[in-house]
Write a protein that binds this ligand. Structure first.
Ligand code: GDP
Ligand code: GDP
Length: 447
């Protein structure tokens, strides 16, 4: 099996070669100087705490100046495409430059994880200067001094954490491949979020689906759905892959006979079963019907977060009618609480782009983990504000699981439901969980 590849990129003079030599030199684990590699493609085997990888220096390939963008060499492009991890080196003694921005822009298109390395962080002050690189949108910069070796170990820990498991074999893991035959995400990564588009017939689900896929499309893959005759669609968006769940009816023009409302309900419930988030499409010209309401209740009960898509909004032109429709929707769907509501036209595309940040936010919350210390602080404060009485107490709390966020409360005796709801609300508000459902579990403990 070939070794995973770590590729070093960055504008000239940031210290790529120095970093390369530091990583190779520090371990003195040069196993081979691979013959046949392209001229001045420096590529050596390295090892850190038992993890082996191929380190590739792209130094000297990236032309400087304004031509950077056009001239990104094919070799760098090829190397980066093959990379399992990319080290994007910037210079903390100089600060952010336009060339760094160009490299970042270019790197944003690749799928491999990118570690932003703030090199020449030779001392504490320089280390603090690294924060301006957050503007590159590449996450938190890791400070190192390639020259002095400062923090090089921390960087390598991070690199190894991002590398694929070495023991893993190439067995089929069910992860779909992209056009180059590469897996679209790695084992152990958070799998792509799963989005279900649900709603009554004719509210515009297919139109919305096509709009979402059409707009963002770079790669679309069919995947076998979780149940027979379901088709999931994997879309590779600039924000990473997203799976649309059970899109069979939306993909085929000749529909399975889903004109029956009953069938659309069955289908929706099946879809949300495997989804991280549901887009509940409502036809604004009809408002929320009892059928919509029933569907929303079921989705809500499943614990799946909801985004309400009030579709065909362009057909409602009268400002008063608009206010009325929105109020009616809020009223009829009161039980979904703070679920975001977007007024869109799937047909014209208007406002559909607003879904992206909402989706990202919801997904992030869904996967979020709150530190135990903070959970306990919130619970303690809540109990102080309003004790449960009768000596009932939460002794200790922690977030036991994500997706959805699930909190375990260790209590001395069973707490009343009303008090549990109070605690749930306190947690939700303290950590801004928004519309994401959270779960509470209770364990009894003797004090
Ligand atoms: P490259 O063009 O990106 O490969 O950069 P080089 O590795 O050739 O380094 C460019 C210059 O920066 C050289 O003079 C290095 O000695 C210097 N340099 C590299 N790393 C560090 C560092 O961590 N601290 C300081 N102060 N200088 C560094
Ligand atoms: P589905 O059954 O929920 O998948 O609904 P479709 O996507 O097939 O849409 C049903 C009808 O509503 C079609 O005639 C669409 O062209 C129309 N439609 C969908 N979205 C909009 C919209 O935003 N505005 C208008 N005016 N019509 C829409």
């Amino acid at each position: 099996m070939s070794l995973p590849t770590v590729v070093v990129v960055g504008r000239p003079n940031v210290g790529k070669s120095t970093l390369f030599n530091r990583i190779i030199g520090e371990q003195a684990a040069i196993v081979e100087n691979r013959p046949g590699v392209t001229r001045d493609r420096k590529e050596l085997e390295a090892e850190w705490l038992g993890t082996r990888f191929l380190l590739v220096d792209t130094g000297g390939w990236l032309p400087g100046g304004t031509e950077l963008d056009e001239k990104v060499s094919r070799q760098v492009e090829a190397a980066v495409k093959e990379a399992d991890v990319v080290l994007f080196v910037v210079d903390a003694s100089v600060g952010l430059t336009d060339d760094d921005q160009s490299v970042a822009l270019w790197l944003r298109r690749i799928k491999s994880p990118v570690v932003l390395v703030a090199n020449k962080a030779d001392n504490d002050r320089r280390e603090n200067d690294r924060w301006e690189f957050m503007a590159l949108g590449m996450g938190e910069p890791v400070p190192v001094s390639a020259l002095h070796g400062r923090r090089a170990g921390d960087l390598l820990d991070e690199v190894c954490r991002l590398l694929p498991e070495q023991e893993a074999d190439d067995a089929d893991d069910g992860i779909p491949l992209d056009d180059d035959g590469e897996a679209l995400w790695k084992m152990g990564d958070t799998p792509p979020p799963r989005v279900a588009i649900v709603g009554r017939p004719n509210v515009g689900k297919s139109t919305l689906f096509n709009r979402l896929v059409g707009e963002d499309r770079s790669v679309v893959h069919d995947m076998a759905g979780t149940t027979r005759d379901a088709i999931d669609t994997l879309v590779d968006t600039p924000d990473g892959p997203i799976v649309f769940v059970d899109t069979a009816g939306m993909r085929r023009r000749s529909r399975i006979d889903d004109s029956a409302e009953y069938y659309s309900m069955v289908r929706a419930l099946r879809a949300i079963d495997g989804a991280d988030i549901a887009l509940l499409v409502i036809d604004a010209t009809e408002g929320v019907t009892s059928q919509d309401q029933r569907l929303a209740e079921r989705v809500d009960a499943s614990g799946c977060p909801i985004v309400v898509m009030l579709n065909k909004w362009e057909l409602i032109t009268d400002p008063e009618a608009r206010v009325e429709v929105e109020a009616q929707v809020r009223r009829m769907l009161y039980f979904v609480g703070d679920a975001p509501l977007l007024k869109i036209s799937a047909l014209t595309g208007k406002n559909v782009h607003k879904l992206r940040p909402v989706l990202q936010e919801a997904i992030e919350q869904y996967h979020r983990r709150v530190p135990t210390r903070d959970v306990n602080k919130v619970i303690a404060e809540a109990q102080q504000r309003q004790p449960a009485g009768h000596g009932l107490r939460v002794l200790y709390a922690l977030q036991g699981a994500t997706d959805p966020p699930t909190f375990t409360l260790f209590v001395n005796r069973e707490l009343p439901q009303t008090y549990m709801r109070y605690l749930e609300r306190s947690i939700r508000e303290a950590f801004n969980f928004g519309s994401t459902p959270i779960k509470l579990r209770v364990r009894k403990r003797s004090e």
